[in-house]
Design a protein around this ligand. Structure first.
Ligand code: MG
Length: 254
């Protein structure tokens, strides 16, 4: 009888754990939590703010300078500077909207080291130079490992080449997520990805991909969901992660 009780209790714990992941999507702050006083997209401040509002993870974008330094910023051309065509000296001189200099990946990861509850979502931007892109995958993963953040970093990319490389080099336990939305979950899995991270419009057109991904043991992330009615659709559809510019609104809804 006691054995049965333990079995039942164990099963219940399992169900509760499963529903916490399945029933309640986790919040990913898109480019950090930047829509707040004193913050800016992809700034160190936005990382700290994402943590302070209780986001599960904070997403950021990575470019490689011509001399091989990884920087964090979204736009390919920002304040007149094209990230992948500029030197580290030029990029270090670019000032974000909140007055911070554009951070290097190393600076951002250093800030993340003192935010132990925050997971990181590392997006590598699609580089026209595929050799530089491949180097950025390896260098980025190595830096994350060296800084002791391997067990709380996931990887996303629009680039099919980078997807394959992340799948090859990312440590076990990291999510490797494809962003472009032009592959079925099975096609992503075949090249080594273990999650899809698709635009909400893609998942609205292909709601069956959520089930397909789950049946394949993959996670489903969705971007960039800012309207409460869209957030609700994602919650009802059973996605695992929601990437948003409005983490506080989503938290309220959850
Ligand atoms: Mg991004």
């Amino acid at each position: 009888m006691k054995g049965i009780k333990i079995l039942v209790a164990g099963a219940l714990v399992g169900v509760v754990a499963l529903s916490a992941w399945a029933g309640k999507p986790l919040i990913v702050a898109h480019r950090g939590y930047w829509d707040a006083p004193g913050s800016a997209q992809n700034s160190l401040r936005s990382l700290v703010k994402a943590d302070s509002v209780g986001a599960y993870a904070s997403e950021f974008d990575v470019w490689r300078s011509t001399d091989g330094v990884l920087f964090v910023n979204h736009d390919s051309k920002f304040k007149g500077v094209t990230a992948c065509e500029a030197s580290s000296k030029v990029l270090a001189g670019v000032v974000l909207d909140n007055g911070e200099p554009m951070p290097t990946l190393k600076q951002l990861l250093t800030a993340a080291q003192s935010l132990p509850d925050l997971r990181l979502v590392f997006e590598l931007k699609e580089h026209p130079d595929k050799e530089a892109e491949a180097l950025a995958v390896k260098e980025g993963i190595q830096m994350v490992k060296d800084m002791g953040l391997a067990d709380r970093t996931d990887y996303i990319t629009f680039s099919k080449e980078a997807l394959v490389n992340f799948a090859k080099y990312a440590p076990e336990g990291s999510l490797v997520q494809y962003l472009s939305g032009d592959l079925t979950p099975m096609q992503v899995k075949v090249v080594g990805g273990n999650a899809i991270d698709y635009h909400i419009g893609v998942l609205r057109r292909h709601p069956e991909w959520i089930k397909e991904a789950h049946e394949l043991g993959m996670k489903v992330n969705v971007w960039t969901v800012d309207r409460p009615e869209d957030m609700q659709w994602c919650i009802d559809s059973g996605v695992d992660l929601i990437t948003t510019n409005q983490p506080v609104v989503l938290k309220g809804l959850l």
